[in-house]
Design a protein around this ligand. Structure first.
Ligand SMILES: Nc1nc2c(ncn2[C@@H]2O[C@H](COP(=O)(O)OP(=O)(O)OP(=O)(O)O)[C@@H](O)[C@H]2O)c(=O)[nH]1
Ligand SMILES: [Mg+2]
Length: 508
């Protein structure tokens, strides 16, 4: 209790005591004067007065209890529930995805990242990461912030050469009115030359993507490389402030023009109030008297903006970030599974293309198309579907194989493949063999196009996409006409189709 309120209570108690003594005195006088004439009336009045005092005491006691009730403990800030639920849901899905990954190392890495994100659901800090090009003044900014808020020297090493900060370092800060502690992380500069620079940049980028709030520091107009990095962070939804440092180096008009230019370039990505000019470590200036003066750091507008953002968005920042991280993890797991499935599926296509080639070479038919080999292709469709978790029955497999075979004919892919492969085969083997091998080789090639198209179909969850089957087939035909692919394919074709024919001819 403060001294003034103590004084007030004392005065109140003395006043109440004085009034009570006066009241008792006056009432006893009244009682005796009435009792003199009518003792019964006097006793009745006494009884009434006692009742009145008792009621007054009860009311006072009730209010005293109400006001002295212990205060509810201050509620700790909580992350918005629906976002946390969404993050938990995503993490559960990620866990299922991870179980499907065969590569042990990748599985472990993704699982430990899932645990990290789960743990961050209950953390009580806000992570602010300072990020940007080497020598932009990141460490200077951290030093200035810590000096300003705690009055202590942070001691982060500052230096003109790029790469002064080689490893991240984190400081803890408290901001009044914010229920969470702030973790302020300095990172090595990005866009530095050399292998060491690239490794440091990767570490810094990881920290940047994990930040709840990002301070992207620049000291000039945005270079294209800075713009690309910042744009990608803003596009994934990373809450960021763009800090324009070293304002002391620019005449005011130039500075305004520069900031306006940056605002213009980032107008659809960041609001003007989130672009903040500062001078974290202004250089000494020479006064007219010849003396040198080092101005104080000018970071107040940035501190104000950080405080405003953290106070108004703090809990959402944390929740959005956790959600963002779990979504990114889910995407990484999905990508991993997609790669794994693709590798398995390509092996299947590779196997079937030579099965088809063998079947066609043994029983050549007039003209080449995949209708004749629809039964084999249906089997391939079933196997591909299984890899992508889709159970396809034989009937459906046949339907799909037949409609794809028809599309290959109608698009002219069959004719195009036949001509392309005839020419290539002629340059590799004798004319006699071309005539006997071309049908099998073309059938293998068409099976490959069909198989690759089916991979796309299953990848998209049994959907051909907006352009339908036609577009997918055309795209696969285009991709499989590339020189380097045709060369490798032809080498395989010679080994698997032409060579057996030669061997058969030479056999007695
Ligand atoms: N004129 C001026 N120079 C500054 C300012 N802030 C930082 N510097 C200078 O810029 C240079 C780089 O500063 P640092 O704080 O080391 O930069 P950094 O971004 O941490 O650099 P790396 O750790 O190498 O990525 C130093 O020479 C600082 O003195 C400023 O506001 N004005
Ligand atoms: Mg540094």
């Amino acid at each position: 209790m403060s001294r003034s309120s103590l004084l007030l209570v004392l005065v109140g108690i003395i006043l109440v005591l004085g009034l009570t003594i006066w009241l008792i005195g006056s009432l006893s006088q009244l009682y005796y004067s009435i009792a003199w004439t009518s003792p019964l009336l006097a006793n009745l009045l006494l009884f009434l007065l006692i009742g009145l005092f008792a009621a007054l005491a009860i009311v006072l006691f009730y209010y005293a209890l109400r006001f002295t009730k212990p205060k509810q403990p201050k509620r700790l800030p909580t992350v918005p529930v629906e976002k946390v639920d969404a993050a938990r849901e995503t993490l559960r899905a990620v866990q299922q995805q991870i179980d499907q990954i065969e590569d042990e190392v990748t599985r472990q890495a993704l699982a430990s990242r899932t645990r990290e994100i789960e743990e961050s659901l209950s953390r009580r800090e806000i992570r602010v990461v300072i990020f940007g090009t080497g020598s932009a003044g990141k460490t200077s900014l951290i030093n200035a912030i810590i000096d300003r808020i705690t009055g202590q020297t942070a001691g982060g090493q500052v230096g003109a050469p790029m790469g002064t900060t080689c490893v991240e370092s984190t400081s803890r800060l408290q901001l009044r009115g914010l229920g969470r502690e702030i973790l302020l992380t300095d990172t090595p500069g990005i866009l530095e030359a050399g292998i060491a620079g690239t490794e440091r940049e990767q570490a810094a980028r990881k920290l940047a993507t994990e930040a709840d709030l990002l301070l992207f520091v620049v000291d000039n107009d945005l270079r294209q490389s800075e713009y690309t990095v910042l744009r990608s962070l803003l596009t994934i939804g990373k809450r960021s402030l763009l800090v324009f440092n070293k304002t002391d180096l620019y005449p005011e008009a130039d500075l305004e023009a520069l900031i306006a230019q940056i605002q213009q370039r980032l107008q659809d990505l960041i609001s003007a109030e989130d672009i903040i000019p500062i001078a974290a470590n202004p250089q000494p200036v020479q006064l007219e008297s010849g003396e040198w003066l080092t101005p104080e750091p000018d970071i107040f507008p940035l501190l104000q903006r950080i405080a405003a953002v953290l106070r108004s968005e703090g809990e959402n920042l944390v929740a959005d970030n956790i959600l963002l991280q779990s979504q990114q993890l889910s995407e990484a797991a999905r990508q991993q599974i997609d790669d794994q499935r693709r590798q398995q599926a390509e092996k299947v296509v590779d196997r079937y293309q030579w099965i088809v080639a063998g079947a066609v070479t043994v029983t050549p038919l007039p003209g080449v198309d995949l209708l004749a080999t629809a039964a084999i292709n249906a089997q391939m469709v079933i196997e591909l579907g299984r890899i992508y978790g889709c159970e396809i029955n034989l009937e459906r497999g046949k339907d799909l194989a037949i409609s794809l075979a028809k599309t290959l004919v109608s698009l002219g892919v069959v004719r195009g493949a036949f001509e392309l492969l005839s020419i290539t085969l002629q340059t590799n083997v004798g004319t006699f063999l071309v005539g006997r091998a071309i049908q099998g080789v073309t059938a293998a090639y068409l099976t490959r196009i069909a198989g690759k198209s089916f991979i796309e179909y299953f990848r998209r969850n049994q959907d051909w996409g907006d352009g339908g089957m036609t577009e997918v087939v055309q795209e696969q035909f285009r991709l499989n006409q590339r020189d380097e692919f045709i060369r490798a394919f032809m080498q395989d074709a010679i080994d698997r189709v032409v060579q057996p024919l030669v061997n058969a001819k030479q056999a007695p």
